[in-house]
Design a protein around this ligand. Sequence first.
Ligand code: SF4
Length: 483
Amino acid sequence: MKKTVRISEEERERNRRFLEEAKAHVARLREDLGRAAFAAVITFGCQMNARDSEKLSGVLKEIGYTLTDSEDQADFVIFNTCTVRENADDRLFGRVGRLRGIKQNKKHMKIAVCGCMTQELSAVERLTQSYGHVDLIFGTFNLHRFAELIVTMFESDRQVVDIWSEAGEVTEDLPVLRKHFFKSGVNIMYGCDNFCSFCIVPYVRGRERSRASADILAEVRSLAEDGVKEVMLLGQNVNSYGNGVEGELSFPELLAEVCRVDGIRRVRFMSSHPKDLSEELIAVMRDHENCARHLHLALQSGSDRMLRQMNRHYTKASFLHLVERIREEIPDMAITTDIIVGFPGETDEDVEETVDVIRKAAFDNAFTFIYSRRSGTKAAQMERIPEGMTKESYHALVQARFNRVLEAVQEQAKAQAARFLGQEAEVLVEGVNAKAPSLLTGRMSNNTLVHFPGAKEQIGQMLPVKLTECKGFYYLGQALWKS
Ligand code: SF4
């Protein structure tokens, strides 16, 4: 039975109390230091993590920390981790390890590790056994208790470890510090029930829980009042939003409502599982101009045999049919995807099937990954290295297949990229171009970057821009407004 996430008044009250206590601790710290106390939130991984980090930052600001991007300057460093790939774990331990020396000369310094990785027992064991300088370890299910965890950390003389094995109640009114004033993520659901055989997410983010649509819409309205022009609805599989929850909106209904909110000029969503993408959703995207012309639809493999092994519940043919239907209804839709190469048992023939889908689906871009084994998943028990091959020769083979797929993706993306050349596009200005400060950088509805001359006062505005030159994966343009 699926659950909606409920807001508990008791939980809100508890949170308010701990925010006050945490404030008192930080005020004392500032007094002892005789200066501002700095905190840095270091984020790994996906959009969901980025949004969680905005909540962590919101709490830190509320209790009196000054936010910084520098781990070296910070008096409190929080690593919000990802565990989708093995190398993300390695990078994290490297970063945490480096702070050991800094902390030796900065006794008041605090370090916390949270996020998906800490939901894995092996990672927590590694942290507790070999990273004693970490003060606080917590998981994805108790992030809303961050203020309380900070208080516990300040009042304890040993490492605090608090990992919940499943989701409890979630408060809806945590302070949030948005990275951008003009765009924001909005969580619509948490967790995932799909159990794709390679994926750790259902184990570390729990089973699917949808937020109440009334709460989501209230949040979007208040973001719009606050000047936000673009929202991204976030969930591991947004298409199953509200499934099995009596009286709740479906995802297409919710999307249509969000698109109708006054002031919201662009609505994106992420992620969308191909098996659940309905005709109704295609119609809502088609009928709402402010629904972004970008759809990320993870293919993972073009081989039916691999798709079965991956537990994806669609076939090469049904995926291609879906792409065709989307392009029929919304010809200017950019479609991007994820592809895994080197899944256990994959052969050259399977890879060719993937390449065939890349060509036929005409993806605008694809994130291509080499399979990363995650212990605890079903795929982790599958044999990877074929009989008669050494580890080294197998890795070389997978790398060659990866290069083959990447080449097909790049060829296709290049062919797609120039299709808007000469047209006028609405661009949401995101910032000043880091390499050429006379240029602004913004995004089209289909997520393509555009660089064009302008002034920094225009950051956050939606502007008409003529696309004058295609540079492969981005455009150069000329703004069409009169200053
Ligand atoms: S849909 Fe599959 S890949 Fe996506 S989060 Fe759920 S289990 Fe993982």
